[in-house]
Write a protein that binds this ligand. Structure first.
Ligand code: MN
Length: 298
């Protein structure tokens, strides 16, 4: 099943547009992966200037193909990120952060991913981690960097990334003409997001910016780069996340009332989230809620 992206204008200073494949009308989540935005390639200056805003109940995972970001947050983190590294922010009961694409690099190309936290840990204290030295694997013609969990058959290359449900996240690169087969964890569902190049998966061409979804039960995927340029694919997988939840704005909660509470506390600047200095300045209020009761969904 193909998950087509929809264009979303971010509420940033630059009004940058992103292509969002999760949540999708055809598939809301893939394992605990709840959100997938593909940004660029674009001029870095147009990319991302996102002032302080909160998150609850999720982890944000930032992955770059090109460019450089500065992340700052309410627990005191100041962290640059470059291609091949992971910034992982665990919001737990609440954190705020800002993201600034630095103008010292001409092109910005990245994915921003969210991971829903299971009920047992979703009220944990916020944390931040930077993974700058992730394991790389060569599997046939596929160069893989695992940024969350592990690829089936390669437990020794498990990412040190702190995750809270069975899942995998990896960047796959194939040179022109290269091909390779990956074993898939049978209990996982998977999504393959083509971010660059011309890629066939199990014989079907998957258009750039589109995600190819596989239900649990699949045991392998065969990837071929049929184009002249290097191909890049983001692979997301996980055990189906079976906790009904509500995603609204930057929050993942379990009910409409919890969303209302998170919104009111943030807008009253009474969310127990410290304010912090950055190069952007300002603070992002939560928008009005829709005039309907938000329903928890799986
Ligand atoms: Mn954010």
């Amino acid at each position: 099943m193909l998950l087509e992206p929809r264009l979303v204008k971010l509420s940033t200073r630059t009004g940058a547009e992103v292509r969002r494949t999760l949540p999708n009308a055809r598939k809301r989540m893939i394992g605990a992966w709840a959100f997938a935005d593909h940004i660029g390639p674009t001029a870095q200056d147009d990319g991302m200037v996102i002032a302080a805003h909160p998150h609850t109940g999720l982890q944000t995972a930032t992955w770059l193909f090109e460019g450089r970001f500065e992340h700052r947050d309410s627990i005191g983190t100041v962290q640059f990120i470059e291609p091949g590294q992971l910034n992982l922010m665990t919001a737990g009961r609440g954190i705020a952060h800002s993201e600034l694409a630095l103008s010292d690099s001409r092109i910005l190309h990245s994915v921003q991913l969210w991971i829903a936290l299971p009920d047992s840990v979703r009220k944990m204290a916020p944390e931040f981690e930077h993974q700058g030295d992730l394991a790389k694997l060569q599997i046939d013609g596929i160069s893989a960097t695992v940024f969350a969990g592990e690829l089936e058959g390669y437990p020794s290359a498990r990412a040190a990334t702190k995750i809270f449900s069975p899942m995998v996240g990896a960047e796959l690169r194939l040179r022109s003409g290269a091909a390779g087969s990956l074993a898939l964890t049978e209990a996982f569902e998977h999504g393959f997001l083509v971010v660059q190049g011309s890629v066939e998966i199990d014989g079907a061409h998957i258009a750039t910016t589109t995600m190819d979804y596989r239900e649990p039960g699949a045991t392998s995927a065969h990837l071929v780069n049929t184009g002249d340029d290097e191909a890049i694919v983001i692979m997301l997988g996980g055990e189906p996340f079976n906790e009904p939840n509500v995603m609204w704005w930057n929050f993942i909660e379990r009910s409409h009332d919890e969303i209302v509470e998170a919104r009111e506390k943030w807008n009253a600047r009474d969310a127990g989230i410290a304010e912090f200095e950055d190069q952007i300045g300002g603070w992002t209020p939560a928008p009005e809620l829709p005039n309907v009761t938000l329903k928890a969904r799986i």
